[in-house]
Ligand binder design. Sequence first.
Ligand SMILES: Cc1cc2nc3c(=O)[nH]c(=O)nc-3n(C[C@H](O)[C@H](O)[C@H](O)COP(=O)(O)O)c2cc1C
Length: 205
Amino acid sequence: MPQKAAVEDDASSMRRQFLELILSRQSVSPKRLGPPGPTYDEVAMMVSAAVTAPDHGALRPWRFILIEHDSRNALADLFQQAKARLSPRATPEELERERQRALRAPTLLAVVARLQRHEPRVEERDQYASIGAAIQNILLVAHALGYGAIMLSGRKTRDPQLVSALGLSGQEELMGFICIGTPTTSISRKCRPNVSDHLTVWRPT
Ligand SMILES: Cc1cc2nc3c(=O)[nH]c(=O)nc-3n(C[C@H](O)[C@H](O)[C@H](O)COP(=O)(O)O)c2cc1C
């Protein structure tokens, strides 16, 4: 039997590691993501963390679509077509840049909001908050597994043809894409806001 003190040391070290993991997460630009991306099982692990997001009314207002390697050229075509619709005067370079957004990161995971808009018990903002928490859990698991990741949206996520080509229903919203891969350069730790700027203590007057 392990000694009680040793078990407590382990628990305390796990808590410190967990906190350090959260504090050290930061987004990595798709330009700095290379292969390998996560395996299917690792993506499934990320989504298993996503679905533990706090979820008022258990509405499950999220789903995720993995766009695998062999579908990326088709996605690049869709991105380019969406860009051409949204910016009819886009130059060939701008259209090519948009294509590259679908091709750069090794793994792309589309984030879909499936809000229940007429649910009287749960406001839409609670449902969006749940989606944000699900996204953060994916980013954290990606980071824990040693990958870099970033959530990106952009105007094209509202393009009806792109949204429909990805298989979303008329009630669903495309929140964007989580790009995941292996950082190709070392990433220096970001300076984060001061806690005191974001935490106050309320006292009754
Ligand atoms: C839902 C959502 C959509 C986002 N869309 C974009 C985007 O389109 N372009 C962008 O530069 N950053 C976007 N961001 C912000 C980045 O994902 C990232 O959080 C930001 O660059 C700050 O980096 P950090 O995560 O290291 O703090 C989005 C974030 C969220 C939560």
